[in-house]
Each structure stands twice: as structure tokens, then as C-alpha cells.
Write a protein that binds this ligand. Structure first.
Ligand code: PLP
Length: 411
């Protein structure tokens, strides 16, 4: 059976060049990068080359890159490395759970161990397009604000936040600014100075690198408490023997992402996504989440989005049912964050944007990767249109043609 994968915001396939770059480090180049002999020097050199490549992707110094075990670890290191129970943290309602639950844990710890119950985490809202208003971030500042953590691009909608404006506000207030760039890295160009962030998280598997490896950018001079205690690896910021094959793969994925930007891969991706989106939106009762037309009927200017993501609702259908029906026919898409699949709770991101729960539950995320072809888009279009029509025939939530009309059509 033909299988088309349009769930690249969940994870991406590892590119063959990345596999090739990693292969020797599972075999003959096995040394511990901290060993002083030949084997260690060989892998140390590979780790430092990868650090240069990741730094080039983020336009920073290689000494500002800390390798981690992925996006969740990077986000947790930013939150717990910077904030203590009792500090005030500003985040948004649409963050990934790697940030939201880290912040929740900080607040819980404060309550349990310090006996203080007032909320020390401010959650700034988003508008109908899924955008944070920097003025809300400014208003949320308090004298004891230690960290602002607002994502660069949302994993469910692809909406890109005004992080440069938030960076300015943070700098003026002298507050550390972290941004979760896990979905943005490799898809849009990132320059840490343009953003004005002090900490920034990326994860290899979201841009055709391996799973379980990532990096945290830590601006020179930023004080950060380690979460893992042990050896003095990663300048004492992340103890533990380096995952050399993973780090080499991350470095190669970064190099390939830079080459992709130079070739204009992001523009091609946006064109393919736009074609998919335009045709899907021509289906009756379909609409784009993040487009600007919110439930209150306000028609704002569309939000800037990643070039690969479309989050679309199909009224009258349960998103989970659509995902399963499409999968049975060979198309992999998602109802939103992979981590919350298996629950039928509507997405916290779409609810925060003001969608009614039924519409949030009727929403599907299509996310493209470098491997997708025009034929994949054709396949997805034909299959989605057919499947939506079939599910609606069975749906009590979708108006059906009158019985007399049906009989008339048969006679
Ligand atoms: N942040 C965002 C925005 C994500 O989309 C994800 C993964 O879906 C993560 C963090 C967690 O990254 P990882 O899967 O590498 O732990």
C-alpha cells in the first residue's frame, strides 16, 4: 500500500546523508569524547565540528551551544536552569507541554515546599490567529520575573511569534528570554541576535536529524544551573558522556538545513503547502486555524506561519476519526501534538485561540517534510476530500441532504 507521511512536525525521517555521517560513530569511531587518547580525540573533534555546524544554523558562537537529549530536555534546562521556586516566570498559553509542564512543576514545588500558593507563572493569552501580543508580556513583568519563555513557532499551527519584539522587552527589563525553537529550526532562518534571546532550544528529529538529541543555545555570560550533575561535560552545563553519533547527526542535519535555505527549499515547501491548503479549504465547512478569521468573526491579518504547516478544521467530523480513516488508506497526519494523542481532549492551543471545542476537535494538522513530492500532495488531497465526504455521511453533526432529495436522486 502506498504510504504518504504528512506528520513531519511530530518527527521527520533521517536524511541518508545524516545516516552516512553517523554510521562510523556506531562502529570504528567509538571513543568516549572525554578520553585523551586517539579514540577520544577523534570523537571529540567530531563533536566540536557538529557544534560549529549547529552554531552556524543559529548564527551564534560554537561555545554557546550545549548538546542535550532533545527538545524536552532543552526546554526543561532553560526553565529549571534559570528559575527557582519563588521566581516569577512568564510564558504563553500555547507552549508545548515541555515548557508548560516544566512551569507547572515550578509552581507546584513552590506550593508544596514553600507553602505559598499564589501563582508565580503568568500565562499570556493569544489572539484568534494564535499570536502573543508583546504588550501583554510587558504588562506581565514583575520585579521578581526571572524568565520569559515564549516559543518561536507553534507545533500545532505553525504560527510564528513576534519573538524579536519580546526579546527587546526582555532586554529592557533585564530578564532572561528563552524561546522554544524546536519547530522553527531548519524550517525558517534563525539568528539569535535578531531574536534577542538568551536561551533557545532545538531538537534534531524535527529537521531530519536523529531522535533523542538536541541543543540549547546559551548566550555568553548567561548563568544557568545544570539539571544533571556529574562530570564537567558541556562546560559543566550538562553532565554525561556525549551521544557522539547523535551529535554528529544533528550537526549534519544543521549543515543540510543551511544548504536547503541557500537553495530556497523553504520557498518550495511553502508553495507545496499553499497548494495543499488552498484545495483543502475549498471543501465545504473547512477552515484554516491561524488564518485570522476567528470564531468571533474578526478578520485580522493572517499570522506569519512556518512554510510546512497547515492546521485545518473540517466541521461535522471528529478529528481522531479522520486521522484513523486516513491512516487506513495510507496517509499519516495528526490531530495536533503527538504527545496528547490517545486523549480526546481538544487541543489546548486551539482552545486558547478561541475555537469552540467541537471545532478544535474537528481540526487536523498537515505538516510537510523535505521528502514530500508533488504526488504526495495529490494523494493527500484526493484522499482527504473523499474521506471527509464519507465520514460526514455518517456524522450526526453534519447536515444531510433531505430524504426526498436522496430518493429523487436514485429514481
Ligand atoms: N517543543 C516543541 C515546540 C515541540 O514541538 C516538541 C516536540 O514535539 C518539543 C518541544 C519536544 O521535543 P523532543 O521531542 O525533542 O523532546
Amino acid at each position: 500500500m502506498r504510504r504518504v507521511y504528512l506528520d513531519n512536525n511530530a518527527t521527520t525521517p533521517v536524511l541518508s546523508e545524516v545516516m552516512e555521517a553517523m554510521r562510523p560513530y556506531f562502529g570504528e569511531r567509538f571513543g568516549n569524547a572525554s578520553s585523551i587518547h586517539h579514540h577520544g580525540q577523534e570523537t571529540r573533534a567530531a563533536v566540536e565540528r557538529a557544534r560549529e555546524s549547529v552554531a552556524a544554523l543559529l548564527a551564534c558562537r560554537s561555545s554557546e551551544i550545549v548538546f542535550t537529549g532533545g527538545g524536552t530536555e532543552g526546554d526543561n534546562l532553560a526553565v529549571f536552569g534559570k528559575a527557582r521556586p519563588g521566581d516569577h516566570v512568564i510564558t504563553s498559553t500555547i507552549e508545548h507541554h515541555a515548557v508548560l509542564n516544566a512551569c507547572k512543576h515550578l509552581a507546584k514545588y513552590r506550593e508544596e515546599y514553600l507553602g505559598k500558593t499564589e501563582c508565580e507563572v503568568a500565562y499570556v493569552p493569544v489572539d484568534g490567529r494564535g499570536l502573543v501580543d508583546p504588550a501583554d508580556v510587558k504588562r506581565a513583568l514583575r520585579p521578581n520575573t526571572k524568565l520569559i519563555t515564549i516559543m518561536l513557532a507553534n507545533n500545532e499551527t505553525g504560527v510564528v511569534q513576534p519573538v524579536a519584539e519580546i526579546g527587546k522587552i526582555a532586554a529592557e527589563a533585564g530578564v532572561c528570554f528563552h524561546t522554544d525553537a524546536v519547530q522553527a529550526a531548519g524550517k525558517i532562518a534563525i539568528d539569535v541576535d535578531e531574536i534577542g534571546c538568551d536561551l533557545l532550544t532545538i531538537s534534531g528529529h524535527k529537521f531530519h536529524g536523529p531522535q533523542g538529541v538536541g541543543a540549547l543555545y546559551v548566550r555568553k555570560g548567561t548563568l544557568l544551573e545544570p539539571m544533571l550533575h556529574g562530570g564537567s561535560h558541556e562546560r559543566s552545563r550538562r553532565a554525561g558522556t556525549e551521544n557522539v553519533p547523535g551529535i554528529v547527526g544533528l550537526g549534519k542535519a544543521a549543515e543540510l538545513a543551511i544548504a536547503g535555505f541557500e537553495r530556497g527549499d523553504d520557498r518550495k515547501m511553502a508553495a507545496a503547502r499553499d497548494r495543499l491548503e488552498k484545495e483543502l479549504l475549498s471543501i465545504e465547512g473547512a477552515g484554516l486555524n491561524g488564518a485570522g478569521l476567528n470564531d468571533a468573526g474578526l478578520n485580522d491579518e493572517a499570522a506569519p506561519r512556518l512554510p510546512n504547516t497547515s492546521n485545518i478544521y473540517f466541521d461535522g467530523i471528529a478529528g481522531e476519526a479522520l486521522v484513523i480513516a486516513l491512516d487506513l488508506k495510507g496517509l499519516a497526519v495528526s490531530t495536533g501534538a503527538a504527545c496528547s494523542s490517545g486523549t480526546i481532549e481538544p487541543s489546548h492551543v486551539l482552545l486558547a485561540m478561541g475555537l469552540a471545542p467541537e471545532r478544535a476537535k474537528a481540526s487536523i494538522r498537515f505538516s510537510l517534510g523535505k521528502q514530500n513530492t508533488p504526488e504526495d500532495i495529490d494523494f493527500a488531497l484526493a484522499l482527504t476530500a473523499q474521506t471527509v465526504a464519507r465520514l460526514r455521511e455518517l456524522s450526526p453533526l453534519w447536515p444531510k441532504p433531505a430524504v426526498s432529495q436522496k430518493l429523487g436522486a436514485r429514481s
